[in-house]
Write a protein that binds this ligand. Structure first.
Ligand code: COA
Length: 333
């Protein structure tokens, strides 16, 4: 096992909407049923915002994480927010969360690496912490997939939910840390939602670029489920294995693997490829569905609060998603 400069998780937080949509609720709006959804995905319920914005849940999760760390918001030296569902093009969700925390001054910005966002952000925070510029970094993953889900498309709408989770990180010397990040833009069209734009009097033609992407003027999330499934069942084990190799350990030596919660079948396939039992996998997909970048820290939160993950455990966060992006980060909790 290779020891290096890494991160310590000093505090964790989570916030989810109160509204819960069950599989039975979905059966009332599209042609589906509990049996199909459970067998194909492992999802039973998801939380859905009743109009509260993305920053609202992010700020709630952040406040809990800061309190859990025993800190004040003014102690935070950097705010990184991961989201694919911001409330605005500008300002960033990170600036809105900073506002809600009642502080100003420290840098705050958003990262969009889709469902791999949290893994990317932990790696970035570690680099800031390692060079000594800051003492504490706040990483918030806040997502409202319900903003662009097409509730008439049964193959996608049943998958997604809303959630936010946050961690406060500080520098740790002589610890286990490794990170493997990757992207493959050639699969950009497999999971996409087009940004909206205004009607522009200076344009005399409609948008003609990227016509393999979702149509102009529609911002629903479009997905090629089969292609994403194929990609995910490779990306997940590959990223975990690469990060383990860098850390000088085998996947079996990890105490917990926290995969992106997209589909239980993807996670089962990955476990087989990694030659680890499903007991290693920390799951809460049944309760929350796929909440993009929030899914990993949300499952981590449940893992810690339930006592499944303990101080000193070797934990691997591993994600994959739109972009396409994928990656894994290994820490000692
Ligand atoms: N309820 C009932 N039937 C449904 C359905 C639903 N919610 N969604 C799709 N179906 C139907 C399809 O129309 C199809 O019917 P047909 O055979 O009559 O054409 C049938 O079920 C099989 O569809 P298919 O797409 O082959 O199912 P699948 O086993 O591939 O499962 C996904 C679909 C979306 C669950 C699966 O492809 C998947 O999980 N992909 C990855 C998605 C993902 O992880 N995205 C996020 C990445 S970050």
């Amino acid at each position: 096992m290779i020891k290096t400069v890494g991160v310590k998780v000093k505090g964790i937080g989570r916030a989810v909407p109160e509204v819960i949509a069950t599989n039975e609720d979905f059966a009332k709006i599209v042609d589906t049923n509990d049996e199909w959804i459970t067998q194909r995905t492992g999802i039973k319920t998801r939380h859905i915002s009743n109009g509260e914005p993305t920053y609202y849940f992010g700020a709630k999760a952040a406040k809990e994480a800061i309190a859990d760390a025993g800190l004040e918001a003014s102690d935070i030296g950097l705010i990184i927010v991961t989201t694919v569902t911001p409330d605005y093009y500008t300002p960033s969700t990170a600036c809105l969360i900073q506002r809600e925390l009642g502080v100003s001054g420290c840098p705050a910005f958003d990262v969009n690496a889709a469902c791999s966002g949290f893994v990317y952000a932990v790696d970035m925070a570690r680099r800031y912490l390692a060079c000594g510029d800051i003492k504490y970094a706040l990483v918030v993953a806040s997502e409202e997939l319900s903003k662009f889900v097409d509730y008439e498309d049964r193959s996608t709408c049943i998958l997604f939910g809303d959630a936010a989770a946050a961690v406060v990180l500080e520098k740790a010397e002589d610890t286990l840390f490794s990170s493997f990040l990757a992207a493959d833009g050639s699969g950009a069209n497999y999971l996409a939602s087009r940004a909206m734009h205004t009607i522009n009097p200076f344009r005399d033609q409609d948008y003609t670029y990227d016509m393999n992407m979702p149509e102009p003027h529609k911002h629903y999330l479009l997905q090629d489920g089969k292609e994403v499934y194929k990609f995910a069942t490779n990306a997940l084990p590959t990223a975990c294995k690469e990060a383990c190799d860098k850390a000088g350990i085998t996947p079996d030596e990890l105490d917990a693997i926290i995969p992106h919660q997209a589909n239980v079948r993807i996670i089962e396939t990955a476990a087989k490829k990694l030659h680890v039992s499903m007991d290693k996998m920390v799951l809460n997909i049944a309760d929350y569905g796929n909440t993009s970048s929030a899914s990993i820290p949300n499952a981590f939160y449940d893992g810690v609060k339930s006592g499944r993950i303990k101080r000193g455990d070797k934990v691997c966060f591993v994600g994959f998603g739109g972009g396409l992006t994928y990656g894994a980060t290994i820490i000692e909790y």
